[in-house]
Design a protein around this ligand. Structure first.
Ligand code: K1U
Ligand code: ZN
Length: 194
């Protein structure tokens, strides 16, 4: 639907309270959708912003801090992040066609989780800081330097855009097998594309 000049292209904004049901079902380990590489987005329009809103509502409902489009079965290079779930005034980050332009040589270890692998938490080693270029929800080019949990989350979500899951990066095979088993997954569900 066309928007009037008064309405303009509004930045996406949705309440952070969880809904009774996720607007978009989130695929879980074993689903083919999680192993399919996402395509670049050529047009940032109201239809895409509607998808962003539904992804944000789904992320807030699942109480996650990030969500990538392939997790909801959409093979587009789009991800959302919000590290401040309790603060309504903090806007989420929307990254369209993100590219890592620099990554630190220094690495750190963090126990990651994933909405697509519920309850499984395992240590993953990644670069401590990254620089990322992307388009925002208005299609404007952006560039950020990220460290801490934001750097971690960006790398985790960008992996989703390439069909890579954090369990592919776990080096402790014993812990991986045990943690998967304890939460109802089997090793064959991982089926790495790497
Ligand atoms: O991609 C996803 O499935 C979201 C994932 C993001 C993520 C978490 C931890 C490290 C890297 C990436 C999650 O949000 S899982 C839930 C979670 O770990 C968490 C939720 C609320 C506060 C803090 C962590
Ligand atoms: Zn994930």
């Amino acid at each position: 639907m066309a928007r009037s000049a008064e309405q303009g292209n509004r930045t996406v904004h949705v309440p952070k309270e969880p809904l009774a049901e996720s607007p978009l079902p989130i695929h879980t380990l074993g689903a083919r959708e999680l192993r399919t590489a996402a395509r670049r987005i050529s047009k940032v329009d109201e239809e895409l912003r509607d998808l962003v809103r539904d992804m944000l509502r789904s992320m807030y409902t699942a109480r996650g801090i990030g969500l990538a489009a392939p997790q909801v079965g959409v093979q587009k290079q789009l991800l959302v992040i919000d590290l401040d779930l309790e603060e309504a005034a903090t806007p989420p980050l929307v990254l369209i066609n993100p590219e890592i332009t620099a990554a630190s040589a220094s690495l750190n270890t963090y126990e990651e989780g994933c909405l697509s692998i519920p309850k499984v938490y395992l240590e993953v080693v990644r670069p401590s800081t990254v620089e990322v270029s992307f388009r925002d929800d208005q299609g404007r080019p952006r560039r950020i330097k990220a460290d801490g949990l934001l750097a971690r989350c960006i790398q985790h979500e960008m992996d989703h855009l390439n069909g890579v899951l954090f369990v592919d990066r776990v080096t402790d095979e014993l812990s991986l097998n045990e943690e998967l088993r304890q939460h109802g997954f089997e090793r064959h569900h991982v089926e790495s594309i790497r």
